[in-house]
Design a protein around this ligand. Sequence first.
Ligand code: FUL
Length: 474
Amino acid sequence: MKHLLSLCCLALIVTAPAAQTPDPLPLLPIPTARQLAWQEQELILFVHFTVNTFTDREWGDGTEDPAIFNPTDFDARQWARVARETGFQTVILTAKHHDGFALWPSRYTDHSVAASPWMDGRGDVVRALAEAVEAQGLRLGLYLSPWDRHEPTYGDTRAYNQFYLSQLRELLTRYGPVHEVWFDGAKGADAKDMVYDFEAFWATVRQLQPQAVLFSDAGPDVRWIGNEHGFAGETNWSTYDRSKVGVGMPGISDYLNTGEEGAPDWVPGECDVSIRPGWFWHPDEQPKTLDELMEIYYKSVGRNCVLLLNVPPDRTGRFAEEDVARLYAFRDALNRIFTRDLALHATASASNVRGGDARFGPARVLDHDTDTYWATDDDQTGGTLTLDLGEPTTFNVIRLQEPIQLGQRVRAYRVEVWQEGAWQPISRGTTIGYKKLDRVPTVTARRVRVVIEDARACPLLAEVGLHLDEVTAD
Ligand code: FUL
């Protein structure tokens, strides 16, 4: 019997699988599931539409007659179809801008679509969009301006906060799932003094729509990037310190633009910018050029942000043809550049592989899966990953991605190509984060290496890609 037992044990030892190398510890803070899902979208469409569309203004003053709101060919299905076909995954609507005009029939005000001639007062822009995005498999986001220039209770802190929360609750309970709620910090110099109860606003969203991310200067989930050009800082940490910022606080643009290394909160940046000079449609304005949109893309998505691009419907209630054409040209350019990854068939090697385990090997950066990654041992704060492309390859865009589910780590890197018997640097950077896109002068090389010079913990790379941009190349 004893003999038999030890035979069994021996069999067990022989067939037991080798213990796996443990995963690296996350470097805190790390994103929540809703922040991760938000970041992976990369592109979100913003829709500014209200009485301003008809008055040719950017900020209505709240005295507008609802009778002027009368789109002649309203079609939220066009917005959603164009959004999906051009690669946007959420559409955020200004349900109420600073003028206080509600695009849905709110029970708490008579200043709404219900008082307009549009659809004989029976229209509901929020519902139309909610249905249209659902039909396209997209997500809905809502903007509800805290600053309200029409509402008579504005200025009475308690009464107005009750009013605002009532409207917020309507929006969060009537229209199905909401994935982002946008709290704009803008407030005119003439605004009455009052304190918005953001804690109550945010708690209400959490209770009614727990999957929604909350946007404001102060997060808590997503932060403003500090300007309306769509440009994030070259250094852009998704970490910052919520206790240092307040909604609408002056003098914090630089902080918002770069985040803060080692800060305690995960609050990634969102870059909001309009395809036109104004946020609302104006008859004499034209959309940005393709080159301008590409620059915005490289400086937003390519700098660890989500791009929130505004496309304002015109007085018909549809996107203008020239804006639609520009969006398709933008999508076409992105497809041409990024669907072809010139590093895909490369052979990867690395200076160090975590536990010598292929699960963390350098080939993981080529599998187009951000759940897998190259990792070093814990005692490393740098490392080199080399790609042999098999043949001389011409590119001018480098794509680097960290697996941010384990935190943001890299603080300095460079990329080099092997030319004339030596490694020549072609790009240097600081942070990487979810995605970093470096445009470089067009270069042809067979061997390329990414040198992580410094990281806050053992470096991890989820993806390395090489692309050729012939649309905006120098
Ligand atoms: C700003 C507002 O004042 C603009 O009108 C626009 O809505 C922009 C997105 O945010 O703060």
